[in-house]
Ligand binder design. Structure first.
Ligand code: FDP
Length: 328
């Protein structure tokens, strides 16, 4: 007997009235699901098509290779245009803010294929996005919204086929792709309080480049937790949401080559930091930057703004935040 599972769209319809989301939002989310499936399909077959290479290369058929992240960007913009619900989009793959429909109701901030070091291997990458509402009452003031103003945020892990989705006030939920490429079986994600599964996730090769107080915190705490690092934010945060613990990408301030320092952090605020911070908040966790300020409170000044990121279980993030807020 075939078991029919609850689909993502069905789940959204059920939550629609309760959380005051309109059919416009459903149409936008339908576009994002279509984009994700399309990217998933492309990614699964991209090694065969020679699309895992760098732009500028030529594949075995003598055709110009398009980078997978450019393909993913174009796919997403195509579906967003077709939906007609978005006024402006910010994409990791575009220097400029993309105007889509002057009558659109939403801003969307996305990274269509995050975790680029995994792409040449066909290993897991992420498609992350955050959604905010435009001001419908008066002239639109701007399009750079802090994470606290998001109404939803999500991440697809590609090609694993999982979709984690946070909806303001309604929690964070995980879906899995089935054999018909439908995202099904909502499972509510709540960060475990029990510490025995907690993990720490950071690029260990960078540890001597972190601020001394961050290095000290790591030395004092790391033996208590398992260490895991995939190198793709969506995959690493996927694990933290299930197992608890903390993902961090601290500021680089002690690099032997000072030109390689990144005091402002590496990850992007609008479509990486705020997205995972929003989902973590809805799952009972929190996130801060290098100054110990909550990520969701940071008002972006530019659309590709960077941030340091500490995200995960409240107790751990708040503990390191106390250290980050101290002078030394
Ligand atoms: P990548 O540079 O490979 O695209 O956003 C960038 C990101 O990946 C995140 O997905 C990932 O968490 C992090 O950077 C990995 O950076 P490192 O390779 O420096 O560890």
């Amino acid at each position: 007997m075939i078991r029919f599972e609850q689909t993502f769209m069905n789940f959204l319809i059920q939550h629609q009235e309760k959380y005051n989301r309109t059919y416009h939002f459903l149409i936008l989310m339908d576009a994002m699901i279509s984009a994700a499936k399309h990217i998933q399909y492309y990614y699964l077959t991209s090694a065969l098509k020679g699309n895992l290479g760098l732009a500028g290369e030529v594949n075995v058929q003598g055709e110009d290779v398009m980078r997978m992240d450019q393909i993913a960007h174009e796919i997403t913009i195509h579906y967003l245009r077709a939906s007609g619900r978005v006024i402006h989009a910010v994409s990791e793959e575009s220097d400029e803010i993309i105007s889509i429909n002057p009558d659109g109701r939403y801003f969307i901030y996305f990274d269509p294929l995050d975790g680029s070091s995994n792409i040449p291997h066909g290993l897991p990458v992420g498609f992350l996005f955050g959604i905010a509402k435009r001001n419908l009452e008066g002239p639109e003031d701007g399009h750079l919204r802090a994470g606290k103003d998001f109404i939803a945020a999500g991440m697809f892990v590609i090609p694993t086929g999982t979709f984690t989705f946070g909806l303001r006030g309604a929690g964070t939920w995980r879906f899995h792709i089935d054999e018909t490429m439908t995202f099904v079986r909502p499972t509510r994600m709540v960060l475990p309080e029990e510490t025995k599964t907690w993990e720490l996730s950071f690029n260990a090769g960078n540890r001597l480049t972190y601020a001394e107080k961050v290095q000290k915190w790591i030395m004092e705490h790391e033996s208590k937790y398992a260490f895991r690092y995939l190198g793709a934010l969506a995959g690493d945060v996927h694990r933290i949401l299930s197992n608890g613990g903390m993902f961090m990408y601290p500021a680089i301030v002690n690099h032997p080559n000072p030109k390689k320092n990144r005091p402002e952090g590496k990850l992007r605020l609008m479509y990486e930091g705020s997205v995972v911070a929003f989902m973590c908040r809805e799952a009972g966790g929190t996130a801060v930057n290098e100054a110990g300020i909550p990520i969701l409170e940071i008002q972006p000044e530019t659309h590709h703004q960077r941030t340091a990121l500490y995200v995960g279980s409240k107790e751990l993030v708040e503990d390191i935040a106390r250290v980050l807020r101290t002078k030394k």
